[in-house]
Design a protein around this ligand. Structure first.
Ligand SMILES: [Zn+2]
Length: 245
């Protein structure tokens, strides 16, 4: 089984050629033998969390491959608390944050309030990250990982790691997990596995913005023992999000 820890539905303005209807996303997965994908909504990431989250639930009801992620904007505290309070009842398995789009820092007081709630309820948080955005770069990840030692923190795109800084952070902080989408360069993943092992690495593709086949092959080309490869492609995500699939 393969579980993609990072996907979306909907249209992103800056990606006009991408088709993001739920059926488009599911087709891209099925072509690659991926069984499930954790999905957040482009609309929620762009501007409207409640209606984007509702879209994800609708898609999940229609397609068994889609597992819903709740997108939260900490800059709208009342809305964030309301969305979080019904998260479990509505079947969202985790929380998605996008500090770059929503224009805040993970270290801000607003984000801190949301992260505290997530830490308390042990709901995994997948945050967008990028080395060139101080609001969600390696330093910010280190700060919140230390501030919230029990937070299950998944670093989306692993900071798009062109340097090794985020790997240093993960080495220091056992509650930090790296999601690997959009990291295709030779040797980086091999080096990361050497330093961290496979237990905290999650296969993700950022489908439909990137074709999942590329990242599946990026993992498979290493030729890991099957049990280790399976951790990255499936087991780590299943365990972390307590998925029943
Ligand atoms: Zn994303």
């Amino acid at each position: 089984m393969i579980i993609d820890a990072h996907g979306h539905i909907g249209m992103f303005n800056s990606w006009p050629l991408v088709k993001g209807r739920p059926e488009d996303v599911v087709n891209m997965l099925c072509n690659e033998g991926i069984d499930y994908v954790l999905v957040s909504s482009a609309k929620a990431i762009a501007y409207d969390c409640p209606s984007g989250n509702a879209e994800v639930l609708e898609a999940a009801a229609k397609y068994k491959e889609i597992i819903p992620m709740l997108c939260i904007n900490p800059r709208r505290p009342e809305e964030a608390v309301a969305e979080l309070s019904t998260r479990q009842a509505r079947g969202f398995v985790g929380v998605k944050l996008h500090p770059s789009h929503h224009e805040y820092s993970l270290t801000s007081p607003a984000a801190r309030a949301v992260l505290e709630l997530c830490e308390e309820s042990q709901v995994p948080v997948l945050t967008h990250s990028a080395e060139d955005d101080p609001g969600c770069g390696p330093q910010a990840i280190a700060t919140i990982a230390e501030r919230h030692p029990d937070l299950l923190l998944i670093v989306g795109h692993a900071c798009l790691f062109s340097s090794r800084e985020v790997v240093d952070v993960a080495e220091e902080c056992p509650n930090v997990y790296l999601e690997l989408s959009v990291n295709y360069e030779a040797a980086k993943l091999e080096d990361t596995i050497e330093r961290l092992g496979c237990g905290r690495l999650l296969f993700g593709s950022d489908v439909p913005l990137h074709n999942p086949s590329v990242m599946v092959q990026r993992v498979k080309v290493i030729g890991l023992p099957k049990e280790e490869e399976n951790k990255i492609l499936c087991e780590n995500t299943r365990r972390l999000f307590q998925l029943s699939v």
